[in-house]
Design a protein around this ligand. Structure first.
Ligand SMILES: [Zn+2]
Length: 456
């Protein structure tokens, strides 16, 4: 029996124990957004630390930050010239609300039809433990063929405020040759997936001010500009009829999709029907001339994320609102620069504002897009997935952003392998979040293959 097979067998023999560990981890309500749960976030960090201690890691440490701590662990190989793999994860979870929408309570894990229901099961406590359990079984079968480091944060669900500073301060500790980030996920349970592109983001807010207070619409309507009407008119002018963004210069630096890019994207079997099923939207809508998957990962967008004006309570109230606000974000692709796009957007919007109102802007955040076809270690993981699923991996350009990947590339100089065992219908961030256990088990076997693939 090969070492890989022995390690897989070890995992299978100890699976009940491992399920109990996962169950205990999921019972900790490590909701980073809720100040009342702060001690539970720490409890989850301590849970990881004690498990790493039990595994006999060479170094395990909880680093405090301004808010929730970072857990670091390292296991060094005793073999010469070994490479180092850094595994990233987050042990915090989204709030479980609305509580009454859960069939079983969010922090009382429950298995139904091969799915483990609990907040954090898919995003991403189950994903973290999948890598830890793979390491555990590999350790039992001999010397590690690579050095392994873990960096596990407790603030991902609130935008990772401490992570970048932590990485900057600990570049030696985090020095590595490869990074595995299993917070991305699969397109379906039959298709192991590598995310090879991420979109960037710019997020801002516009505020239109009119009268100094809400006015009676009967007495004043018709003689003062209504900020809500003005804002709606501005927003309506941000897109062209073909669905493209109408900000001048918006597409100037967008990298044109090559035939090869388009072929790679088209290998992803996600269909419009799948997309409609997941979203519940009545129809697909988007920029003309591009496929659904091209629009999802390789074309930029502009969207209103929130809109506020006037009276939004029950019933009727006849006013001209004093102000109106919109939160707007753009998803960006290579080689758009987020600061430049923000400037173009602000300039364009200012040009649309009439002199009957005033406008102000708040810029919230910005981050670059990312391409990682050449992340170190990627061929080993592709092969490992193939061994277990007996299928080629699917590459996906993700519509969202994973800021930690861009931050790590910038500071540590290493591109991340973005993958994971989560499925699109796991209901992450929603009630009844669940993890498909069969996929999770296969994934652990694939991670075992991945780790042993570095044997000389
Ligand atoms: Zn996550």
């Amino acid at each position: 029996m090969s070492r890989t097979q022995k390690a897989i067998q070890d995992f299978e023999n100890t699976e009940l124990e491992k399920m109990r560990t996962l169950d205990a981890f999921l019972r900790i309500p490590s909701v980073s957004a809720d100040p009342e749960m702060k001690t539970h976030v720490l409890e989850a960090a301590e849970f990881l630390k004690s498990y790493f201690d039990k595994l006999g890691m060479d170094e395990v440490k909880i680093f405090p930050t301004d808010l929730h701590p970072v857990v670091f662990a390292e296991k060094r190989s005793h073999l010469p010239d070994t490479k180092t793999l850094l595994i990233y994860g987050h042990y915090d979870v989204q709030p479980p609300d609305p509580l009454d929408a859960w069939t079983t309570p969010a922090f009382e894990p429950s298995i139904r039809d091969e799915h483990l229901f609990a907040r954090g099961s898919s995003d991403m406590k189950g994903q973290i433990l999948a890598t830890v359990f793979a390491l555990e079984s590999v350790l039992k079968t001999g010397e590690l063929p690579i050095n392994i480091k873990f960096i596990l944060e407790g603030e991902e669900e609130i935008g990772s405020p401490s992570l970048e500073g932590f990485i900057r301060e600990h570049t030696d500790l985090l020095k590595c040759d490869m990074i595995l980030n299993p917070d991305a996920g699969m397109i379906n349970k039959n298709s192991p997936t590598i995310v090879n592109g991420l979109r960037g983001l710019v997020y801002f807010e516009i505020r239109i001010d009119g009268p100094k207070m809400d006015l009676h619409s009967g007495l004043f309507g018709g003689n003062v500009a209504n900020p809500a009407n003005v804002l709606a008119k501005i927003i309506a002018q941000l897109h062209n009829p073909d669905g493209s963004v109408a900000i001048p210069g918006f597409y100037d630096s967008v990298r044109v999709l090559s035939d090869e890019d388009r072929k790679k994207i088209a290998l992803n079997p996600t269909s419009e029907t799948d997309f409609l099923k997941i979203t519940g939207a009545p129809a697909i809508s988007g920029e003309e001339g591009y496929t659904l998957l091209e629009r999802q990962g390789a074309r930029p967008t502009l969207d209103v994320n929130g809109l506020y004006a006037g009276f939004i309570g029950e019933g009727a109230k006849t006013i001209i609102p004093a102000y109106a606000k919109a939160k707007i974000s753009c998803r960006l692709v290579p080689d758009q620069d987020h600061s430049n796009i923000y400037e173009l957007a602000e300039k364009h919007i200012r040009s649309l504002v009439p002199s009957t109102v005033t406008v102000s802007f708040i810029k919230h955040s910005g981050g670059p897009s990312y391409l990682a076809d050449d992340a170190p270690g990627l061929p080993n993981l592709i092969q490992a997935f193939k061994e277990i699923w007996q299928k080629d991996v699917v590459f996906k350009r993700e519509g969202g952003s994973i800021p930690v990947a861009t931050v790590m590339q910038e500071i540590l100089g290493v591109k991340s392998i973005l993958t994971g065992l989560g499925l699109p219908d796991d209901a992450i961030h929603s009630p009844n979040e669940h993890l498909h256990l069969h996929t999770w088990r296969k994934g652990i076997q694939a991670y075992i293959h991945f780790l042993t693939s570095f044997e000389a």
